[in-house]
Design a protein around this ligand. Sequence first.
Ligand code: NAD
Ligand code: RM4
Length: 254
Amino acid sequence: MVTMDLSGKVALVTGGSRGIGRAICLRLARAGAAVAVNHHGTDAEGVVEAIEGGGGRAVAMRADVARKDEVETMVRATVDAFGGLDILVNNAGICPFHNFLDMPEDLWDRVQAVNLKGAFLCSQAAARVMVEQGRGGRIISISSISALVGGGEQTHYTPTKAGIHSLMQSLAIVLGPHGITCNSVMPGTIATDINREDLAEPGKRAYMERRIPLGRIGEPDDIAGPVVFLASDAARYVNGAGLLVDGGLFVNLQ
Ligand code: NAD
Ligand code: RM4
């Protein structure tokens, strides 16, 4: 029987302390997974408590995803805490809106390091564990509608989101033979801390709401369901795909 039950599975979610990552942690836990909640700069105690309060299992994992040593320690600690690793969600990401002509090189470098190199480091460390375990696995990366369209103040960011999707396509080939599926989820505009200031610009929120056929900006939980689906047995033959979750924004061109 096809099921979205994740009982007995272990998940690691990067940037799980708030926003989309937090919603993913809560939904994975509700589906039965034990969840390692990665955090950096903010703490994850609220998410861990919410999961444990609902009868689930969770542990906080501090690490900067751009640091190989910290990522490897985090993956080892997840395996030590829960006895394995079945699902990796590459969610951590930054988007410090900036114009192009005076984009500082170090800002470009940091966005690449967190968003794209972070997904590479976490995927490699997690895949090594999954291959060794020999029971398959799931790697799900939070790409973006920005993999498909540009953004005037996101010239450092959109290439990382296209790159993350491309990384999942290549990993689908490398890891498929091990029963590990690799896919990306491409959110449209979801109201979180990452775009709080951008959406507060005069007229911006109303403009986006008019552009989205479903009539509203997304909320973090709108992304969590598709991630649980991709993590589950129901998606066992989905590999190398990009799932756009944008309320219809992308197709609304005319
Ligand atoms: P957010 O700012 O609320 O969350 C980002 C998370 O990443 C935070 O938990 C933060 O602590 C974590 N993080 C940042 N740098 C990190 C690092 N070096 N190591 C570990 N964790 C780090 O924003 P969000 O909207 O929830 O973003 C989550 C993901 O969704 C990002 O990858 C973002 O690009 C993507 N996304 C967001 C939207 C949107 O409209 N909000 C749309 C498409 C894609
Ligand atoms: C997303 C997408 C959203 C934007 C965030 C910051 O990938 O571009 O529209 O608000 O990034």
